[in-house]
Design a binder for this molecule. Structure first.
Ligand code: C2O
Ligand code: CU
Length: 499
């Protein structure tokens, strides 16, 4: 099978953007929740899902038919709901057109379940691609604490374009600990897949990225709808917020100035809930917040705002994300409360600096027009026959990884596959209150040094580490580390462990 080996992929740059006068007025499009995927077969121990990646058209902006790439025809894809201890197998069929309609590249795919401690062969490794007409079965252990995950495309050098076309969706893992809490559940536990998008004058998604630096759309989509309005009851809701943008970071706040109550991060429930009035969310980060609408009056509108995250270039947005209209008293008698302390079983928050046996340093740098980690990029990994690694911890080792960003004006949301980590500090200062939970993506701002502590497991093998600004990832700020068996390969006693 041929691998995509090109070092540079040219993106579309020339089309004109659709003028804002063609956008719907904010809060006129109704809010919707992505459908929940139904297993094709429920086995004794495992659920089996069939997913087909295919192209379809959607009316995202009123009056325009936009081509999108979907999982099973949905934009974003259907939410997969699972319970801890019950594995899932997802068959991902690539039924996309052979080439991208405007960018012309081969529509290869690889599916990553972001937040899962999957085995390497099911982790959506960038070069483990599926061609149009092929499929791959992905086995997911679902053996972690309850958490908000997401699945999205991860194909080598085309992740940004594929995800931008729509190949992204939520995956929620529940467990007994979470279900025993008094947090809002069921229809009061609501996914918010938030991303930006740019459109050309034909209403097609415009991949506007002249310099491989980032895509910044002027339309904000929540669960696929532009600036939607959601009707809410006077009660508490739990929102699982995913920033599924290719590049854009958000700084969220409520128009009332009231706080969000933070209950979860990438790695699931936070040990302690936090009150926060505004927070920064980079791409791929997940935060779970509770908003209490009981204190508002029927008829009141609360707007979720984006105060913006500063970047080297100022890209416009209206500052609106979505609105909540309080329309009734609660029809559900459950009196949800948010405890100050939650009890996740295995949070990375239990790790301490003193447990670590090693510190490694990673620099996120732009060099010769490429985004690199310690001067290396994904092409270097390909050129090494996938042998080059940036780190080689042993199974169950606990290490501190120090991320350094002095790449002039850009921030990098850095994702480490396989593990959850705890953020120790940022430029020597404590992490933000909303980051006090297990994480797998960390916002590394301009001139920031962030230190993380993590434990490597439960699997050995090679896993990716990359910037989750997907344009940076594709060009080519991605590398890999290898988790080795618990003993060194070169010790003759353990020769059997060598692969
Ligand atoms: Cu969400 Cu390696 O990615
Ligand atoms: Cu980056």
């Amino acid at each position: 099978m041929a691998l995509p080996l090109e070092r540079t992929v040219h993106a579309q740059v020339s089309a004109t953007r659709l003028p804002a006068s063609k956008f719907p007025a904010p809060f006129t499009v109704p809010f919707k929740v992505p459908p929940v995927a139904v297993p094709a077969y429920r086995g004794l121990h495992t659920d089996y899902y069939d997913m087909t990646m295919r192209s379809t058209t959607k009316e995202i902006l009123p009056g325009f038919k936009t081509e999108v790439w979907t999982y099973n025809g949905y934009f974003p894809g259907p939410t997969i709901n699972n319970y801890r201890g019950r594995p899932a197998v997802v068959r991902h069929v690539n039924a996309l057109p052979a080439k991208h309609p405007r960018l012309g590249y081969d529509a290869t795919t690889s599916v990553h379940l972001h937040g899962s401690d999957s085995l390497p062969q099911y982790d959506g490794y960038a070069s483990d691609i599926t061609w149009p007409g092929q499929y791959k079965d992905y086995h997911y252990p679902n053996d972690q604490d309850a958490r908000t995950l997401w699945y999205h495309d991860h194909a080598s050098h085309h992740t940004a374009e594929n995800a931008y076309m729509g190949l992204a969706a939520m995956y929620i893992l529940h467990d007994d600990v979470e279900m025993a809490t008094t947090l809002p559940k069921g229809r009061y536990d609501v996914p918010l897949v938030i991303r930006d998008a740019a459109f050309d004058t034909n209403g097609q998604l415009l991949f506007d990225d002249p310099e491989h630096k980032g895509i910044f759309g002027d339309v904000i989509l929540v669960n696929g709808s532009p600036w939607p309005v959601m009707k809410v009851e006077r009660r508490k809701y739990r929102f699982r917020i995913l920033n599924a943008s290719v590049s854009r970071g958000f700084k969220f706040a409520l128009s009332t100035g009231d706080p969000f109550t933070f209950v979860g991060t990438d790695g699931g429930l936070m040990p302690r809930t936090q009150q926060v009035t505004s927070f920064r969310q980079g791409t791929a980060e997940r935060y779970e917040v509770v908003i209490d609408f009981a204190k508002y009056k029927i008829g009141q509108r609360i707007v979720l705002k984006n105060l913006g995250v500063k970047n080297i270039v100022n890209y416009p947005t209206t500052g609106n994300v979505m609105a909540f209209d309080v329309t009734s008293n609660s029809t559900d008698p459950t009196n949800n409360t948010v405890p100050a302390v939650l009890y996740p079983a295995e949070s990375a928050m239990m790790l301490t600096e003193a447990m670590a046996t090693k510190t490694r340093r990673f620099e996120f740098i732009r060099s010769h027009g490429h985004w690199t980690i310690n001067g290396k990029d994904w092409q270097d990994v390909i050129d090494s026959g996938f042998q080059m690694v940036l780190a080689d911890p042993n199974l169950n080792d606990i290490e501190i990884w120090e991320f350094v960003n002095d790449s002039g004006g850009w921030w990098h949301p850095v994702h480490i596959h396989l593990v959850d980590f705890k953020i120790l500090d940022r430029n020597g200062k404590p992490p933000n209150p909303w980051e006090l939970g297990g994480k797998d993506v960390v916002f590394v701002g301009e001139n920031e040094t962030v230190r993380l502590v993590m434990k490597f497991g439960p699997h050995t093998g090679r896993y990716m580490i990359h910037c989750h600004n997907l344009v940076h990832e594709d060009h080519d700020m991605m590398s890999q580390f290898r988790v080795d068996p618990p003993h060194d390969y070169d010790d003759p006693i353990y020769a059997d462990a060598a692969r």
